[in-house]
Design a protein around this ligand. Structure first.
Ligand SMILES: Nc1ncnc2c1ncn2[C@@H]1O[C@H](COP(=O)(O)OP(=O)(O)O)[C@@H](O)[C@H]1O
Ligand SMILES: [Mg+2]
Length: 367
């Protein structure tokens, strides 16, 4: 039971986008996006450049007034509020620290703008520097910091106002790979610690997969699929999502028969596969069967679903051995198998490719 002296930590608030649409003039940069980010959840907006991620984030932040739709925090619409009254912390891609201000002044900026006293500012700056492990850097200027340090200060500045919502726009894009991993862990830790509802924009699928509770895959201003990372990877809803996430082999074929939730597909390369079929597929319909490299294997000539292939090349890539093979129709396929130390590479030449036992290919209508 909370004692009267226990400070009240407000519960994390959900963030709801309801039919949000934005046009800069011609066409829609954001096209009827509806999304509920649960309290304390981190949703990644993932998609190619130009699909509307930044526009959507700037609408939530209040820098852009959307053409249509509503943004709601908790049960309160915030569309009438200016950015500084939305209690939202933002971290941009390009640091965006004020170059002429010290680290401490940067972190205190939002508090000063809200009219907080000097004492409150000083105390919060100290707390935030400790939070992002940057004690001792208070009097430096941004140019005296590395990229990773600048981004930690940007994070401290965003958190200093004790936001309800944290927005991150490609916050690690300018950092090198190892530093990026450190920062991803850091963000996740702070987001949990402060029970923040968060949206992170990224075009990096690995980043989205590792950091997000759920991923919204965007294309041309719309959300193509919203789901947990494993769901998006294992059950892509559309060919676009399938192709954007991970790598996959696409095999042409035609539906032979549909039986409940399974379809028998005659592949152009000769084999017949039975695969899960969501949605409606009529016999005869042209389809694409997508199968991830790690869901295929080299098989012996007796395997029932085998595709005779020409093995071109086997490459050891980290913990995997990648076989590059050509199917009869000329389709290039990749097969990834776990690599053990001392494992000999297969010799090029005639081979057989088959589905691995755990494989779950995805079926899409051919365009
Ligand atoms: N200020 C602007 N004026 C006109 N068009 C813009 C503006 N900002 C973005 N756009 C256009 O809106 C679309 C979405 O852009 P953006 O939200 O920046 O995408 P992303 O962040 O996913 O790369 C793009 O087609 C882009 O060219
Ligand atoms: Mg962007």
């Amino acid at each position: 039971m909370a004692s009267p002296s226990t400070p009240v930590v407000p519960a994390a608030q959900p963030l709801t986008l309801d039919g949000v649409t934005h046009s800069y003039g011609a066409g829609f940069a954001v096209d009827n996006v509806t999304l509920e980010v649960k309290g304390g959840e981190l949703v990644a907006l993932l998609g190619p450049s130009g699909c509307g991620k930044t526009t959507l984030l700037r609408i939530v932040a209040g820098f852009i007034q959307q053409t249509n739709g509503k943004v709601v925090i908790g049960d309160r619409p915030i569309d009438e509020l200016p950015p500084n009254r939305r209690e939202i912390g933002i971290v941009f891609q390009n640091y965006a620290l004020f170059p002429h201000m010290t680290v401490a002044e940067n972190i205190a900026y939002g508090l000063a703008a809200r009219g907080e006293s000097r004492a409150v500012q000083a105390e919060r700056v100290k707390e935030m520097l400790a939070t992002v492990r940057m004690e001792g850097f208070a009097e430096r200027k941004p140019r005296q910091l590395s990229g990773g340090q600048q981004q930690r200060v940007a994070l401290a500045r965003a958190l200093a106002i004790r936001p309800r919502i944290l927005l991150l726009d490609e916050p690690f894009a300018a950092l090198d790979k190892n530093l990026r991993l450190d920062m991803q862990i850091e963000i996740k830790r702070l987001q949990r610690q402060f029970a923040l509802t968060a949206i992170m924009v990224t075009h990096d699928q690995d980043e989205a997969m590792s950091i997000a509770d759920r991923i919204a895959v965007m294309s041309q201003g719309r959300i193509e699929q919203l789901g947990a990372p494993a769901e998006i990877y294992d059950d892509p809803a559309t060919l676009f999502v399938n192709n954007f996430i991970g790598s996959s082999n696409l095999l042409k074929g035609a539906v032979e028969a549909v039986d409940g939730s399974e379809a028998r597909i005659a592949l152009a390369c000769g084999a017949t596969w039975t695969v899960p079929a969501r949605g409606r597929f009529e016999p005869g319909a042209p389809v694409l069967v997508s199968v991830r490299p790690e869901q295929m294997m080299l098989a012996d000539a007796a395997a029932p679903d085998r595709i005779p292939v020409d093995l071109k090349l086997s490459l050891p890539i980290g913990g995997a051995l990648i076989h590059d093979v050509a199917a009869p129709g000329g389709e290039q396929l990749k097969i990834a198998v776990p690599r053990r130390p001392g494992m000999a590479a297969s010799a090029p030449g005639t081979a057989h490719a088959a589905l691995a036992p755990h494989a779950r290919p995805a079926l899409f209508p051919a365009a």
